[in-house]
Design a protein around this ligand. Structure first.
Ligand code: FAD
Length: 517
């Protein structure tokens, strides 16, 4: 075997997967058909859940230094600022990163690539996957170089992180069902001045469309995104200069363009691969699902796919997990992609619809409703949990189990264990629990009782145990997330609850491991 995993595609998804595998000691070959890293910013929003994963990779601090926190969103209609929604610390008790970080895809890829390099793995550029042959115990991949030469590589597993036109998907014969939207989008990285509130999101809603400005690093640097106005649709030679007057009219003031480093137009599709796996080949990221950019979910969802598959593949390759564990990848991630396609489709239809009623809702009703909703604590929490991807759970997964007796409201099998601060030693300070979780292993979290003396023998060295001491501050923090008495949680390496219960049950822990790993 030439490698354990062949990762096809060095976009954000492939780089995240390669990192997750390399840090667990898996042999990885990562290839990309491009000559080098992409210089286009494309995705811009980094969600809290992604930053939590970046923290485990040691790149969260650098991402925060490079990016801008989205502190507020301003909605403009008819040249007037209709509402401002404060976003600063919107998820203040839900994540150590309670905000949306604005950081371009190119910077994200660079951080991930450097982290991978530090682990001794480099991307093999100018190398394109052109053929796949599945055998019972391996996949033989055909890789082509620009000079026309090819070589075959035998890998135990292949990860198709090769984007919307995925060769892995096509060579595996997996249908990519869905359709294109009729609208054409434009995107530009610019230096501009105008009425935009500096350092904040500025969303311009019109009767027949929208455009928005994302603040980028530096002064007056904006990423401008929107749909091409009706009068300019159907033109192949569209330039940003031609777009400025109509969108300036909608913005209600002159926009001055100083510089444009990237301009592109593109059609958006909403599609999902029928399956995310064909025997030894997996699909992740845009290869598995594409949708409208509403909500800045695309890149983040690919990163989460990789985080979900990474620990499972590593366990199976090391022999600590049975191959059936890999079935849970698509069982867990297809419902996430389905929901994403549905919700982004609904939101997108509202923001682009040409219908008179939709235009009226978009410009008159939606901004006010949104401002009102964000003043209600419960709705604000739901919005953050949804958009930040911290609310993603796998309740229907075969890996998710909740024993009887756990109070309603406590974390359950499949939930991402909530972010809390706990005192884990008697005289120590309260510490961020996430900072104490080792995401290359399982964690047995024991609350209000003694830990089993032998840990979880079936997991051997793959588990660490954290005992939460009795302490009024701990009790308050635990009560905040619905844990009111003795409880235990077996957390998977990705921080989701595998098994939850009240009194520590060594037999149930052993059974969970033997049934699922
Ligand atoms: C113009 C534009 C704007 C966007 N804006 C946003 C946004 O604001 N927010 C957001 O969340 N998302 C946005 N997206 C989507 C976001 O960019 C994607 O979701 C993200 O890039 C997915 O990452 P990925 O790694 O799965 O795929 P990609 O980034 O597409 O990476 C796939 C990689 O695979 C390589 N590859 C392909 N075929 C082969 C092959 N046969 N052999 C070897 N290598 C191969 C490619 O060269 C590429 O490097 C935008 C997309 C576009 C096009």
């Amino acid at each position: 075997m030439d490698t354990d995993v062949l990762v096809v595609g060095a976009g954000p998804t492939g780089l995240m997967l390669a990192n997750q595998l390399a840090r667990r000691g898996v042999r990885v070959l990562i290839v990309d058909r491009h000559a080098g890293p992409s210089l286009e910013t494309r995705a811009l929003g980094v969600q809290a859940r992604t930053l939590e994963i970046y923290a485990h990779l040691g790149i969260a601090e650098r991402a925060l230094e490079l990016g801008k926190r989205a502190i507020g969103a301003n909605m403009w209609t008819g040249g007037r600022r209709a509402v401002r929604v404060p976003l600063g610390d919107i998820g203040y008790d839900l994540s150590p990163y309670p905000f949306l970080l604005i950081l371009g895809q190119d910077d994200n890829e660079c951080l991930l690539r450097d982290a991978l390099q530090r682990r001794g793995t480099a991307v093999e550029w100018r190398t394109e996957l052109v053929g796949l042959a599945q055998e019972p115990d391996r996949v033989v991949a055909m890789l082509a170089r620009p000079d026309g030469t090819t070589r075959s590589v035998a890998a135990a597993w292949v990860a198709g992180c090769d984007g919307a036109r995925s060769a892995v998907r096509e060579l595996s014969g997996i249908p990519f069902r869905g359709a294109p939207y009729e609208h054409v989008f434009f995107v530009a990285d610019t230096e501009m001045t105008g009425p935009m509130v500096p350092d904040e999101l500025n969303i311009y809603l019109w009767r027949n469309g929208f455009h928005l400005f994302f603040p980028m690093r530096g002064t007056d640097h904006w990423r401008l995104v929107g749909i091409v106005p009706p009068a300019l649709r159907g033109r192949d030679d569209l330039t940003l200069e031609a777009l400025i007057p109509p969108i300036g009219r909608e913005a209600g003031a002159a926009l001055t363009l100083r510089h444009c480093s990237w301009f592109s137009t593109y059609r958006i599709h909403h599609r999902r691969a029928e399956r995310f796996r064909d025997r030894r080949c997996f699909l992740l990221g845009d290869a598995a699902h594409i949708h409208s950019p509403v909500g800045a979910q695309g890149m983040n969802t690919g990163l989460q796919d990789a985080y979900n598959l990474g620990w499972k593949l590593a366990l199976v390759i090391s022999g600590a997990g049975r191959p059936a564990l890999l079935d849970t990848y698509e069982l867990e991630r297809i419902p996430v992609a389905e929901r994403l396609l549905r919700t982004t489709d609904q939101a997108f239809s509202l923001v682009v619809s040409d219908r008179r009623l939709s235009g009226w809702i978009r410009t008159r009703i939606a901004p006010r409703l949104l401002a009102l909703a964000m003043r209600i604590e419960r709705l604000r929490r739901i919005a953050f949990l949804t958009i930040s991807q911290t609310g993603i759970a796998y309740p229907a997964s075969p890996l998710s189990e909740t024993l009887p007796g756990l109070p309603k409201g406590a974390p359950r099998g499949g939930d991402r264990f909530p972010w809390i601060r706990l005192r884990l030693s008697e005289d120590g300070p309260a510490a961020d629990l996430f900072g104490r979780l080792d995401d290359t292993r399982f964690t047995l979290l024991v609350i209000g009782q003694r830990a089993p003396p032998d840990g979880v023998p079936a997991l051997g060295g793959l588990v660490s145990t954290l005992v939460v001491s009795d302490d009024p501050a701990n009790a308050r923090e635990l009560a905040r997330v619905g844990i009111a008495g003795p409880a235990f949680f077996l957390l998977r390496p990705d921080g989701h609850v595998g098994l939850a219960g009240t009194g520590v049950d060594a037999a149930a822990l052993g059974r969970w491991v033997s049934e699922h790993l």
